[in-house]
Design a protein around this ligand. Structure first.
Ligand code: NAD
Length: 496
């Protein structure tokens, strides 16, 4: 009998007002039922937002270093539970253990960073233009943060949002992806163990169009942080604009790796396989385009095909598995649709392009790692996010051509270049229109203490991670103290 899970609202574990539940199954073995989770509605969101609003009045008064201490304790608990969290995450989401351990580690790093930020949250003291007058700024919490997260980083992404929001003095309502609710459940259990007071951390499970939408539109959730697809991000951004909410959108990508003719090809090959097929291509930063210099094209492609054909597919928890399944049937259907589109557009299938054969694959959402060559830079295959293990190889004749092709898509998350020439490396850093560029490393691999996000349709100018996210979760307040004992008029008395 599968466990039935509940929401966490105002310090209590509660069933959904709808009395409906959805199933959470292992994508590598759909016969493995992980649990039943609340299919919550607007009433549950309303309860959670009210509980968070009530808790905010006390939480905002807790000194930031003390809020940070709770995050440090939570970081310790994540650390102590790392292996179990990683294994549960592989079961629920499908990616391999090395990656789910990395996902937990990112949460740990984010916890310790946020804990230390509790002793900074810098304001500024600046000279006033008038005598005997003090001028300063500091940060204030905003209120209730509504957090809506995707499936591909079940722990890391909720922590990127939740921890900075909490240390800044906000309370939170988390609506995690319905594809990975169990990891979010464990995160909230550990937050409670760390000692967060009732109502500060609330969890409401449910689907996007119901619970997600209700959270985004709830008047009590004044800050909304969303990570997911561009299509959903547009709906969320529109609602936030209409409702005057502060909003952060972290959306999709179509990331390119450039391999020039002077590159270390072995290094580039290892980076490419990791960037394109890690997380089964389901990373916002996954390498989905390879811009390959014509002079090394055929040599490199032959080695790439051999390497990709040797990738071991399987259950993410298997010790030898290099690539797990897709998250669900719809994700695999989408990959199959794009493979058909690629063929119709005239791209050449180098390897993959089908489900793996054999009975052992029939109970999961597996798909072979797939490479197309001769892909037209403006084709659908090369410009639309597939979010699966499909790589498009595009031949280029120069760095400048690669830069043009890289920049000609609506997305702008990450990019990478392999070269031994320092001039090419810096030219790429300057000219590639992305939020992140890697030199001699794949398009994936962001670190928690640096800002993360992209340009163009990948977002709305906000960044997660690093120091910048603390600005998103706080309001700047300015104070002036005039101790001259006289009326002093700014812009006037010193400038007569
Ligand atoms: P998704 O957009 O389908 O869902 C994301 C979340 O939004 C889920 O919790 C879902 O329930 C919720 N949702 C759906 N409809 C909603 C609505 N109308 N109102 C409010 N919430 C709603 O995305 P996904 O399939 O879970 O994740 C994959 C996408 O996320 C990819 O496009 C990927 O590039 C992107 N992503 C971006 C980043 C980044 O930082 N830029 C990181 C990870 C993933």
């Amino acid at each position: 009998m599968a466990t039935t899970f509940r929401n966490h609202i105002g310090g209590e574990w509660l069933g959904p007002s709808t009395r409906r539940y959805f199933e959470n199954r292992n994508p590598a073995d759909t016969g493995d039922l992980i649990g039943r989770f609340p299919d919550s509605g607007a009433v549950d969101i309303d309860r959670a937002a009210r509980a968070a609003t009530k808790a905010f009045e006390r939480w905002r008064l807790v000194p930031a270093p003390a809020r940070g201490d709770l995050l440090r304790r939570l970081g310790d608990l994540l650390s102590a539970n790392k292996e179990a969290l990683a294994s549960g995450m592989s079961r629920e989401m499908g990616k391999v253990l090395a990656e789910t351990r990395g996902d937990v580690q990112e949460g740990i790093d984010t916890a310790y960073y946020a804990a230390s930020e509790g002793r900074r949250l810098f304001g500024r003291t600046v000279p006033s233009e008038l005598r005997a007058k003090w001028a300063m700024s500091w940060r204030r919490p905003i209120g209730v943060a509504g957090l809506v997260t995707p499936f591909n980083f079940p722990l890391a992404i909720p922590t990127w949002k939740m921890f900075p929001a909490l240390v800044c003095g906000n309370t939170v309502v988390l609506k995690p992806s319905e594809d990975v609710p169990h990891t979010a459940h464990r995160l909230v259990e550990l937050a409670l163990e760390a000692g967060f007071p009732p109502g500060v951390v609330n969890l409401v499970h449910g689907r996007g169009a119901t619970a997600g939408r209700a959270l985004v539109e709830h008047p009590g959730a004044t800050v909304i942080s969303f990570t997911g697809s561009v299509a959903t991000g547009s709906i969320v951004g529109e609602a936030c604009g209409r409702l005057h909410k502060r909003c952060s959108l972290e959306l999709g990508g179509k990331n390119a790796m450039i391999v020039l003719d002077d590159a270390d090809l072995e290094l580039a090959l290892e980076g490419l396989v990791w960037g394109a097929f890690g997380t089964t291509g389901q990373r916002c930063t996954a390498t989905s385009r390879l811009l390959l210099h014509r002079r090394v094209h055929d040599r490199f492609l032959a080695r790439l095909r051999d390497r990709v054909q040797r990738l071991r597919i399987g259950d993410g928890r298997g010790p030898r598995t290099e690539m797990g399944p897709l998250i669900h049937e719809a994700a695999r259907d989408k990959v199959e649709r794009y493979v058909a589109i690629g063929r119709a557009e005239g791209a050449q299938l180098v390897t993959g392009g089908r489900r793996p054969r054999g009975r052992q694959w029939s109970s999961g959402w597996f798909y072979e790692p797939t490479v197309f060559s001769g892909v037209a830079p403006d084709s659908r295959l090369a410009t639309e996010e597939i979010f699966g293990p499909v790589l498009s190889v595009i031949p280029v004749g120069s760095l400048e051509e690669a830069i043009r092709i890289n920049n000609a898509v609506p997305y702008g998350l990450s990019s990478s270049i392999y070269t031994r020439d320092v001039r090419s490396a810096f030219r790429a850093l300057e000219a590639l229109d992305n939020g992140i560029t890697y030199v001699n490393a794949p398009t994936i691999g962001a670190e928690a203490h640096l800002p993360f996000g992209g340009v163009k349709h990948t977002g709305n100018g906000r960044r997660e991670g690093g120091w910048t996210v603390y600005e998103f979760y706080s309001e700047v307040k300015v104070g002036y103290v005039d101790y001259s004992g006289a009326l002093q008029r700014a812009q006037i008395d010193n400038y007569q």
